[in-house]
Design a protein around this ligand. Structure first.
Ligand code: HEM
Length: 507
């Protein structure tokens, strides 16, 4: 009897959701919360639905963008992002849709990672790539004697992290400080779920589950570690330090004033809004968000792509030919400045196959597995019309992996086939963000909350991949290991078993 009642309730809920998302027939997969591990705790009695259908995602995230613009606050569990004062210390990811979110997002996009600033990132990126290449050469020489397969994730992670940390704090931070930041972030991600950090040397075992106040103590250590670095930058004569044309993230945050009232419904004149500087707790939240978002996602994407290249010699050779032809060729159309040249070379039109390989990898393994939204009970009237919002509100997870592998939208979706993104292919007009024809894949999300780091991420992934494929041949070592493409979904979608490959320097 009890199960019959549950069945009826679930059926009514599914029906209501479909009606709410549009009153015509749509295919919608709704997974009850227990069927998938929710990366973030649900509020008591809050319902969770998982959307795996691109058309439904389009209607929700693009056509009903206002209603679907707020993420659940407690993505990580409150104590991990709440400062010692126990007040909200939002970062961009957690800020509700409104003035504060807009100010924070606009600061990152226009001050730090605006396309016009991409060129000044070149020296940092080249140093990071140089470090990985040198490390892999050294390891491959050592490994050649013992015929061992290399794990690329560790040196990749260290290089990308150091690049992101210096974009945040500048050249003044030394290696020890960068490694300290890395450990701190690894501890954070260990606490929130499976991540590449788990395998990182020096990562301490998580304290979760030991019955202490683990989240609170992780946050305390984060504050203790980052505040002195922030304070040092605040006290420095930062206006005199030329950071090679870079606008450091920490400087932009220290200069930023944000609206004091984060309520778009208040009837106030724009000029009358009180503004304030960011609190120390907010600065810590924003800095750690930048380091985490800028590193984990990019490293995981490069590793997934290398895994496919290792098992697909045809694709790898084709990519290597394209990269070598452009990098080693003398294309007079390219600008002579190395920074400008780098950006132009990695443009879709210059290296279409590299672009296609990266898109295909992101389609199959979007490294952020879900775009999450929360629909509040307050917005019920405006959004839902006749339908009753479940008590406690509604959590909606858009499954980016399922959308990218939908067999109704993609031919052989589980096959790694970059050609589909080339001219004449089934996805020639599909890019990393949904275009005017609607959503086919959305590895960087969709609607107003899409990833602001997309351009930087695409450029970094392409530059690392181009160098790694041009410098090395990637093969499996059957007698020792094969490539295991099993995914693990935590806050990030990572390889369950890190890529182990034989890495041979090209002549
Ligand atoms: C391969 C690399 C990356 C992937 C796949 C990725 C993916 C995503 C996704 C799926 C979202 C959620 C979008 C939504 O809810 O609709 C997101 C949000 C976000 N990402 Fe990324 N990201 C990447 C790199 C980066 C980088 C390099 C940065 C920073 C420099 C960054 C900063 C952010 C921020 C701040 C948000 C929150 C945006 C908001 O709420 O307004 N991401 N990202």
């Amino acid at each position: 009897m009890e199960s019959l009642v549950t069945l009826v309730l679930v059926a009514a809920f599914l029906f209501a959701t479909v009606v709410f998302l549009r009153r015509r027939t749509i295919t919608i997969n709704i997974t009850p919360s227990r069927a998938r591990r929710a990366p973030a705790p649900l509020k008591p009695r809050q319902r969770l639905i998982t959307i795996s259908d691109a058309a439904v995602a389009q209607r929700a995230l693009v056509e009903n963008a206002d209603a679907f613009s707020t993420r659940p606050f407690a993505l990580f569990g409150k104590p991990l992002i709440t400062g010692p004062e126990r007040r909200r210390s939002d970062n961009i990811i957690s800020a509700p849709h409104g003035r504060l979110w807009r100010a924070l997002r606009c600061n990152l996009s226009s001050e730090v990672i605006h396309p016009t600033r991409m060129a000044s990132l070149g020296p940092l990126r080249r140093a990071a790539i140089g470090a990985v290449v040198a490390d892999l050469r050294r390891q491959s020489t050592a490994a050649a004697k013992g015929e061992a397969a290399l794990v690329v994730r560790d040196c990749l992670y260290a290089a990308v992290f150091s690049m992101t940390a210096r974009l945040c704090f500048g050249a003044a931070v030394d290696e020890a400080q960068v490694r300290g930041m890395q450990r701190n972030m690894q501890e954070f991600f260990l606490a929130v779920g499976p991540s590449p950090s788990k395998k990182q040397p020096g990562a301490r075992p998580t304290e979760l589950g030991r019955g202490r106040d683990p989240a609170g103590s992780i946050r305390r250590r984060q504050v203790e570690f980052f505040l002195p670095l922030i304070e040092a930058r605040r006290q420095s004569s930062r206006f005199c330090n030329n950071e090679g044309g870079l606008r450091l993230y920490i400087d932009s945050l220290l200069d930023l004033s944000v609206p004091d009232v984060d309520d778009d419904h208040l009837d106030v004149d724009d000029n009358g809004i009180r503004r304030r500087a960011l609190t120390d707790d907010e600065l810590v939240s924003l800095v750690s968000e930048f380091l985490g978002a800028g590193t984990e996602t990019v490293v995981a994407s490069i590793e997934w792509t290398l895994a496919h290249l290792t098992t697909n010699p045809r694709v790898q050779n084709k990519l290597c030919r394209e990269v070598s032809c452009i990098v080693d060729g003398d294309d007079s159309r390219c600008p002579s400045e190395p920074e400008e040249r780098e950006i132009q070379m990695h443009h879709r039109s210059a290296m279409p196959y590299l672009h296609a390989v990266v898109l295909e990898s992101l389609r199959m393994h979007p490294t952020v597995p879900f775009a999450m939204r929360e629909l509040r009970t307050e917005s019920e009237g405006a959004v839902i019309g006749q339908t009753t919002m479940p008590e406690g509100g509604l959590r909606v997870h858009f499954s980016l992996g399922a959308i990218g592998r939908d067999s109704k939208a993609w031919t052989d979706p589980d096959e790694f086939r970059p050609e589909r993104f080339l001219a004449g292919g089934e996805a020639e007009d599909v890019g990393p963000l949904p275009g005017p024809k609607g959503i086919r894949m959305m590895p960087f999300g969709a609607g107003p909350r899409y990833c602001p780091g997309m351009n930087l991420a695409m450029l970094n992934i392409k530059c690392f991949l181009a160098a790694l494929v041009r410098e090395f041949q990637w093969t499996t070592q059957h007698e020792i290991s094969s490539v295991d493409l099993t995914e693990i979904d935590g806050f990030f979608k990572v390889m369950k078993n890190p890529l182990r490959a034989r890495v041979t320097p090209r002549a």
